[in-house]
Design a protein around this ligand. Structure first.
Ligand code: SAM
Length: 423
């Protein structure tokens, strides 16, 4: 594409990324290699990613602006709409000069409605259009979350999608948390936790090479914190990759078996164990059919819609259709039943999902107890089990919703329940 203006290949990559995410349902990170094949430079790839990620964070507001400036609404999958989203997000959220934002995008419409796109962009710039602060979430998500968690949670979710969230690190046990918070120029919300601002290169940070910490949102660290120290007892981490909870359990004295279906993700788990000098028995297997002698504890971090990680991966809000959520509910019900069959009498089962959908959290916990009432009981989580800022619900399960620890930078959405098998 030698006659493209400078910068157009980056915008073409951003267009391919958005197409992969919004039309083909891929995660943004998974689409990077194929979409950015034309780009040799790391900073061009990073900018293509930034354009796509910012577009996804701002999509409802970008589309609403576009609709104010067209006579008839453009179809949602029209190339002209994709091109306008990319031009507008640069001009209105990424500080790209207006001229550069549009001239680099027009060549993407080879043989298409360039005049229309140029005209709509020009009209909006003349009107000094702006994007609202905080951004809106997709309407269907706002309705669903308002019904489940209330208006304040939706307001908090809007505020928290506005910018990339901070990054949390889990320290190996026995380290001085305050010292590491200072060394990493961060803050701590709990023993063994350090929070640093977004945007730092993780591999350059103090302690990375020595493997004394790993990246893990504070909410994602809570399920393993709900198990006492292992003292050599056996724990099964089901759906374990890339290994955040495996590392917590292994570091806390459990003899861990880590099971995951995905070979590439298990590879990352192995690398993480190697870097942190921790050990686990690692097995590539479907969790639904995995068998072994019963364990003292089983942690099931079930596959889910992942709507709890919307602050980092806004595309989850578009992928989590009602159909996906209901399919996940069915899979999670089967997985929790199988996980329970692997727990020894008197043992503990932890169920966790990084989802903000009650159907994947509260409803799974309720269904499990209803089906297995004779052998199992909820083991209520109490305030003392949790870091400041997190509180169990009235029956003793933990729902981390938007707005939790907001003043300190928030947390991923999560649901966690702990159950005890009767002896
Ligand atoms: C939420 S992620 C797990 C995160 C992990 N527990 C951690 O703390 O790093 C869910 C995982 O479930 C795995 N998975 C999905 N379906 C599975 C199945 N049927 N059996 C085993 N693993 C599965 C995925 O490969 C993915 O790694």
């Amino acid at each position: 594409m030698t006659d493209d203006p400078t910068g157009t290949p980056t915008r073409r990559a951003a267009l391919k990324l958005l197409d992969a995410v919004l039309r083909r349902g891929l995660p943004l990170e998974a689409a990077m290699d194929a979409a950015c094949g034309e780009l040799d430079r790391g900073d061009d790839r990073a900018f293509a990613h930034a354009i796509a990620a910012e577009t996804l964070r701002r999509l409802p507001d970008l589309d609403a602006l576009i609709d104010t400036a067209t006579e008839r609404p453009l179809p949602h999958d029209a190339k002209a709409r994709f091109a306008l989203r990319i031009a507008l997000v640069q001009a209105l959220a990424l500080n790209t000069p207006h001229h550069a934002a549009i001239t680099t995008v027009l060549p993407l419409l080879d043989g298409g409605p360039r005049k229309l796109v140029h005209g709509v962009f020009g009209t909006l710039m003349k009107q000094s259009a702006t994007l609202p602060d905080p951004p809106r979430l997709p309407e269907t998500v706002e309705k669903r979350w308002t019904a489940s968690w209330g208006k304040d949670a939706v307001e908090a979710a809007r505020r928290s999608i506005a910018a990339p969230p901070p990054v949390d690190l889990t320290l190996k046990p026995g380290l001085d948390t305050a010292l590491w918070a200072t060394r990493l120029d961060g803050i701590s919300l709990a023993p063994g936790h350090v929070r640093i601002p977004a945007g730092r290169r993780i591999v350059d940070l103090d302690g990375y090479d020595e493997g004394v910490w790993w990246v893990q949102d504070i909410a994602a660290s809570l399920p393993a914190r709900l198990l006492a120290s292992g003292e050599g007892r056996r724990a099964l981490d089901l759906c374990a990759a890339p290994g955040g909870k495996t590392m917590q359990l292994a570091a806390n004295g459990w003899a861990v078996t880590a099971v995951d279906l995905s070979e590439p993700r298990i590879e990352r788990l192995r690398e993480n164990l190697e870097r942190t000098v921790l050990t686990a028995d690692v097995v590539v297997h479907d969790a639904e059919s995995f068998t072994a002698p019963a364990f003292d504890a089983v942690l099931l971090d079930a596959p889910c819609s992942a709507t709890g990680i919307f602050r980092r991966h806004a595309e989850v809000l578009y992928r989590a259709t009602p159909r996906v959520i209901s399919d996940m509910h069915v899979l999670q019900s089967r997985l929790i039943d199988h996980a329970a069959s692997l727990v020894a009498p008197g043992g503990t089962l932890i169920y966790a999902v990084c989802s903000l959908e009650a159907d994947e959290g509260e409803q799974i916990a309720k269904g499990f107890v209803a089906r297995h009432n004779a052998d199992w009981a909820l083991d209520p989580i109490v305030a003392e089990d949790l870091p400041a800022g997190f509180a169990p619900d009235k029956v003793g399960r933990l729902r981390v919703r938007p707005g939790s620890v907001a003043e300190q930078g928030g947390a991923d959405g999560f649901f966690i329940a702990r159950f005890r098998r009767r002896s």
